[in-house]
Design a protein around this ligand. Structure first.
Ligand code: G5P
Ligand code: MG
Length: 223
């Protein structure tokens, strides 16, 4: 689908709700650029940048990175996107971040993946990630073609340090207290769209149909 104006979307949902998995399908189908705050932080940790070294313990403990650090990081990446349409995954995660994003850009739609916590815990302990691309696999759901290796590059997959059961519990708590209120913020702005379920393959057709409708109305408005 070719868009005639910039489309800006946010994908939200608890840790492990499938944001990365659904984002990969959205970018493939609709051509939006995917920006994942978690992938950017992990790339910094992997490259041992000053920021990565400073933030690693915070992330490994399942706590949120301070708002000012996050806002600087993501807003500068968004500026670098120029005239591209984008899909933001993992940001904003606090009311402060949502307001900072709003000051800089108007968000067209917010997709919220509403997946129960008990479904999530199981998923995260069997997740394998290709760090440099952010591609995610799951031993039960979407295993790699060769166990332990990325399908595209053949490079080794790793388990995230924050995917231990104790840290997942802390991440879910941080989500409840700090991120859930952001949903209300977007609901009040009339841009929130909720997709509930326990399986990505059942949620995805609804997300796809919604975005088809949304993006064709963007095209009509421009025409
Ligand atoms: P992240 O990286 O943003 P989270 O915790 O929000 O991390 P996460 O863990 O990346 O979210 P996800 O992207 O929602 O989860 O889910 P996913 O990776 O697609 O799917 C999870 C697993 O389930 C995968 O193995 C997938 O294959 C599998 N799966 C998907 N669908 C199904 C299904 O239907 N069935 C089954 N069986 N499996 C399925 O943030 C990490 C940390 O960075 C910091 C924080 O410390 C955070 O904890 N951070 C920020 N801090 C402050 N502000 C911000 N804005 C921050 N952003 C990141
Ligand atoms: Mg993710």
């Amino acid at each position: 689908m070719v868009l005639q104006r910039i489309f800006r979307a946010v994908i939200m949902g608890p840790p492990g709700s499938g944001k990365g998995t659904v984002s990969a399908r959205i970018t493939k189908t609709f051509g939006l650029k995917h920006i994942s705050s978690g992938d950017i932080l992990r790339a910094n940790i992997n490259a041992k940048t000053e920021l990565g070294l400073l933030m690693k313990s915070c992330i490994d403990q399942g706590q949120l990175v301070p708002d000012d650090v996050m806002c600087r990081l993501i807003l500068s990446d968004l500026r670098a996107m120029g005239q591209n349409s984008w899909l933001l995954d993992g940001f904003p995660r606090t009311a402060f971040q949502a307001e900072a994003l709003d000051d800089a850009y108007s968000v067209d739609t917010v997709i919220n993946l509403n997946v129960p916590f008990h479904t999530i815990k199981q998923r995260l302990t069997s997740r394998w990630t290709h760090l440099s691309s952010g591609r995610v696999y799951n031993i039960d759901f979407n295993p790699p073609k060769v166990l332990g290796l990325d399908d595209v590059t053949g490079e080794p997959l790793v388990q995230r340090d924050d995917d231990t059961p104790e840290t997942v519990t802390r991440r879910l708590k941080a989500y409840e207290t700090q991120t859930e209120p952001v949903l209300e913020y977007y609901r009040s702005k009339g841009v929130l769209q909720i997709f509930s379920g326990t399986e990505t393959n059942k949620i995805w057709p609804h997300v796809e149909a919604f975005l088809h409708r949304k993006l064709s109305s963007v095209k009509q408005q421009v025409a």
